[in-house]
Design a protein around this ligand. Structure first.
Ligand SMILES: [Zn+2]
Length: 234
């Protein structure tokens, strides 16, 4: 009687362990995709920020170009005025202004060239990041498809195992089943029934007293490990 129930509980435990493994796999399978998704989101945000910076830099360059054009216009006016200067003082003041303007305009030109170089570099960097992001997005959608397919298989396996377990549990004695469930519920690795190996509980590896061994041999009742409370069998 006990031996028969022990055999059923062992079988039940096999299903429970399989079910637990399937559930763990189902829970952990999407984690890699989740991480990749978060990485892509972070990189996309970074790229958006960079684009804004590039736009701001471009705006600043355009402003400087406009300023340069205005100053070049001023320069032309001064040069015209130079031809019409009436006094020496007026003439030398204009010359000085022209000289200063030429200098500042030349500085503006150099700065504009620098800005163009900077923007080229930014555009190139953006292009690289964009194509990397595209690759990652493709990888992500492939991974998502693969994982969705695998999840579907795992879930159908889980349903199958759970149905088999349900059928089996109907054959187990009610008191035995409730004892098993109670122990299983308190154990993180889900082992509720364990084999005795070399007079040792294989659940907690405690050496079993001879009285316990004796009771297990008699096989008249369920014998629990005094240390870990698991059901013992030989
Ligand atoms: Zn034990």
């Amino acid at each position: 009687m006990i031996a028969e129930q022990i055999a059923l509980l062992k079988e039940l435990q096999t299903y429970d362990l399989r079910i637990l493994a399937l559930k763990n796999r189902i829970d952990t399978l999407p984690l890699g995709v989740k991480q990749l998704k978060e990485k892509i989101e972070k990189e996309s945000k970074g790229l958006e920020e960079k684009k804004k910076e590039t736009q701001a830099a471009e705006l600043a360059r355009r402003k400087l170009e406009l300023e340069l054009r205005e100053k070049e216009e001023s320069l032309r006016k001064f040069q015209l005025q130079l031809n019409e200067a009436k006094t020496n003082k007026e003439y030398s003041t204009l010359l000085q202004q022209i000289k200063e303007l030429k200098e500042t305009n030349s500085q503006r030109e150099s700065r504009i060239l620098e800005m163009l170089d900077e923007q080229d570099a930014l555009h190139q960097q953006e292009g690289k990041e964009l194509s990397l992001l595209k690759e990652e997005n493709e990888k992500l959608s492939e991974e998502e498809k693969r994982i969705a397919a695998e999840l579907e298989i795992l879930k159908s396996q889980l349903t199958e195992e759970a149905n088999k377990r349900k059928l089996l549990s109907a054959n187990v004695n009610k008191a035995a089943l409730s004892l098993y469930e109670k122990i299983r519920g308190s154990k993180k690795n889900d082992l509720a029934i364990v084999q005795i190996r070399a007079e040792t509980c294989s659940g907690c590896f405690m050496k079993l007293p001879s009285s316990v061994m004796e009771n297990v041999r008699k096989g008249k009742e369920f014998v629990l490990c005094e240390n870990c409370s698991r059901i013992l069998y030989l």
